[in-house]
Design a protein around this ligand. Structure first.
Ligand SMILES: C[S@@+](CC[C@H](N)C(=O)[O-])C[C@H]1O[C@@H](n2cnc3c(N)ncnc32)[C@H](O)[C@@H]1O
Length: 288
């Protein structure tokens, strides 16, 4: 190796050491293709690791608030995909504590099979992967009656709403949501657009198809926050920094207080009426 190559290699090594956490499984990072087979950083996946770490830090703080500092907490990740988040959480949090459980919920059978195989290979025996939809998860017999933390990271379309319904059914202490595009509200707005335009100048906000989609997406998250508040959660909305590759970087953290906010329920109903979406009160936002 010439001087330049040596300097490059040592820079890469330093970067790797900076990214690794004490006790972190190198085998896991290789299996997730964050490290190459030779144990070097894969530049493409490096960003993914940084992002997952970033989210991990938010979730770790919440877990530490749970009884026994989260050592026996349960966490369900909806739309888990390759389960980067679940694996990193297990490796860095639940594994060292010798307790707690992580459930991955994913509709793609191939990803579920791969995650099961990887968990087995690594001896992560308190991880389980369910090949079901987020909508089915609330009734799944394999899941406990109560779950402490619900996560949904870019779970497609209405999977985030299903994860919220799951969290409510399981009385989750925390929900950590990074929503993906959602088409349901935009589709409803589209259907009632002509009528809305005759009723209110506000409908100009979603007259053009591009705006229908954007307002639909924005409105969806506003409705989700109100819905959570109406069901006894305190909600914070922030930006997930370091998520530059995606426009979908809104992080919603809901903390269960048990105090249902009547004003949020009223606002939710008013907004649905204003936007011609009253039917969603039964389908998506039941007040129960
Ligand atoms: C964009 S990927 C995100 C994966 C992972 N959370 C991440 O951030 O790396 C969305 C995943 O959600 C899954 N999915 C889509 N709809 C779902 C549903 N209704 N229930 C469960 N999983 C779903 C997809 O198969 C896909 O793997």
């Amino acid at each position: 190796m010439n001087g330049k190559a040596v300097a490059k290699a040592s820079k890469a090594e330093a970067e790797l050491q900076e990214l690794l956490r004490p006790g972190q499984s190198i085998e896991l990072l290789k299996a997730l293709h964050i490290l190459t087979r030779e144990g070097r950083l894969n530049q493409d996946s490096r960003r993914k690791l940084k992002q997952v770490y970033h989210l991990f830090q938010f979730i770790e703080k919440l877990l530490l608030e749970l009884p026994e500092e989260g050592a026996h907490a349960s966490l369900a990740d909806h739309g888990a995909g390759k389960s980067y988040l679940g694996f990193i959480l297990y490796d860095l949090f639940f594994g060292p504590r010798g307790g707690g459980r992580v459930y991955g919920i994913e509709t793609r059978a191939d990803l579920v099979d791969k995650s099961r195989a990887l968990a087995k290979q690594l001896g992560f025996d308190r991880m389980a992967f369910l090949n079901i939809s987020a909508a089915e998860s609330a009734d799944a017999a394999e899941l406990p009656l109560q779950i402490d933390v619900v996560t949904a990271l870019h779970a497609c379309d209405t999977a985030t709403d299903d994860a919220i319904a799951f969290g409510l059914a399981k009385q989750a202490r925390f929900m950590v949501l990074v929503p993906c595009c959602q088409a349901e509200v935009a589709a409803c707005l589209r259907q009632t657009k002509a009528l809305a335009l005759t009723r209110t100048p506000l409908a100009e906000l979603w007259r053009h198809p591009l705006h229908t989609r954007e307002i639909g997406s924005q409105l969806t998250n506003v409705l989700r926050c109100l819905y959570l508040e109406a069901h006894g959660y305190q909600v914070t909305v922030t930006e997930l920094v370091g998520w530059e590759h995606s426009l979908k970087n809104e992080l919603i953290i809901a903390r269960r207080t048990g105090q249902r906010k009547a004003s949020a329920a009223a606002r939710l109903k008013e907004l649905l009426a204003q936007f011609g979406l009253a039917s969603m009160l039964e389908t998506r936002f039941p007040m129960g």
